[in-house]
Structures are given as structure tokens and as C-alpha cells.
Design a protein around this ligand. Structure first.
Ligand code: G3D
Length: 193
């Protein structure tokens, strides 16, 4: 009876943990993006002022709960020498967020080859991928469809989304998180079939 009660409790109330890797070139806005997620989904979270946010060196972590789901974020450093470490996280990741500075067109070739390298991973091919086109509030920022063309993404992948965001202003952050939760749950359902 005790085991049954614990089983039922876990079924209905236990949080399901997912692990989400955030990558992208240095200064794309990864840390600001994660700060906004925490600000929006953690009650009374003391958000860092943008001036206090420094570029990701090593790893920033964050944990938020959305309904029955707990999202554990790992924001990885984007400098060239740190990028080689990204794939050590892929095998345990449930989803990946690739953050792009939509205003730095001179970096788009680098972004494109970096994205290609990420997508080559057999682990990443099996999990939801969200491309966040950041700094979209600034004049001249690339649109989501421009970035789709740049990344030559596979339109047939339903678990890949490209969304314009402003991490600084919080635009579309909720939408990104809701897309992630929905995609992660759909991926789980497919595994159970
Ligand atoms: P990183 O973690 O990817 O290295 P950061 O990037 O989050 O440290 O952000 C790098 C710089 O971009 C920061 O500015 C930050 O305020 C700015 N930034 C992040 N997101 C946005 C955005 O949506 N819009 C605009 N306009 N700026 C953004 P500084 O000046 O501190 O380098």
C-alpha cells in the first residue's frame, strides 16, 4: 500500500527534470537570456541588472519549474576555446538552445559553421532545438526567416524552432520556455509509444 501511495504521489506530483544546454557565440546574450527566464519563472527572483551580467566564462546554471516540469539550464561559455567543451554536455541534454546575436551580421558565417558543428552531434539530432535570435528589438536585427535561411535548417524537423527574442527586454522569453516544455513532453510521449 505504501509503495502504491508513493507511486501515485510521484505520478501526479513529482517534478520531471529536464536538462537544457544553452550555447552560442560569446556575447550573443546567453547569460541575459537565462537571467530573464529566471526572472519570469522564479517568484521573487532578484534579477541581475544588465550591467552586472558578465559574459559567460565556464558555466552558469539555473533551475525553473513550470507546472510538473523542472527545467535545469546550463549556460555554457561561447569563447572559441570553450566551444570544444560543449559536446561533453550533449549526451545528457534533453534540449538545446542556440542563442544568436541577430545584429552582428559580420559573425553570421561563424554562427552558421558553429551551428552546423552542433547539429552534427548524434545526441542533438534526437532532441528539441530552439534557435533564439536575440537583440531583436534593435534596428537591423535579422529576422527569424533570415536566420532559417542562414542555418539552412531542416524545415521538416518539427522539434526545431527559430524565434526572435530580446533577452534584455524579455520579449518572447515565455514563448521560448513554453515551446521547450511542449516539445520535451512530446519527445517523451514519442519514446513511450
Ligand atoms: P553571453 O552570455 O552570450 O556572453 P551576455 O552574453 O548575456 O553577457 O550579453 C552580452 C551583451 O549583450 C551584454 O551587453 C548584454 O546586456 C547585451 N544583451 C544581451 N541580450 C540583449 C538584447 O536582447 N538586446 C540588447 N540590445 N542587448 C543585449 P554589455 O554591454 O554588458 O556587453
Amino acid at each position: 500500500m505504501y509503495t502504491l501511495s508513493v507511486g501515485l504521489y510521484e505520478h501526479f506530483f513529482a517534478k520531471h527534470d529536464y536538462y537544457i544546454v544553452i550555447v552560442g557565440l560569446d556575447n550573443a546574450g546567453k547569460t541575459t537570456f537565462l537571467e530573464q527566464i529566471k526572472a519570469k519563472f522564479i517568484r521573487d527572483y532578484g534579477v541581475l541588472r544588465p550591467s552586472k551580467i558578465t559574459s559567460t566564462v565556464g558555466l552558469n546554471v539555473g533551475k525553473v519549474e513550470v507546472g510538473q516540469v523542472r527545467l535545469n539550464f546550463w549556460d555554457l561559455g561561447g569563447q572559441e576555446d570553450l566551444r570544444t567543451l560543449w559536446n561533453t554536455y550533449y549526451s545528457v541534454a534533453s534540449a538545446l538552445i542556440f542563442v544568436i546575436d541577430g545584429t552582428r551580421r559580420e559573425l553570421f558565417d561563424t554562427v552558421s559553421s558553429c551551428f552546423y558543428d552542433v547539429m552534427k552531434s548524434e545526441f542533438i539530432q534526437q532532441i528539441p532545438v530552439l534557435v533564439a535570435v536575440n537583440k531583436s528589438e534593435l534596428d537591423g536585427a535579422a529576422t527569424a526567416s533570415e536566420i532559417r535561411t542562414l542555418l539552412s535548417d531542416d524545415e521538416h524537423r518539427s522539434d526545431l524552432a527559430v524565434l526572435p527574442v530580446s533577452a534584455l527586454e524579455g520579449h518572447n522569453i515565455d514563448r521560448c520556455v513554453r515551446w521547450l516544455v511542449r516539445s520535451l513532453q512530446q519527445a517523451d510521449q514519442k519514446l513511450q509509444l
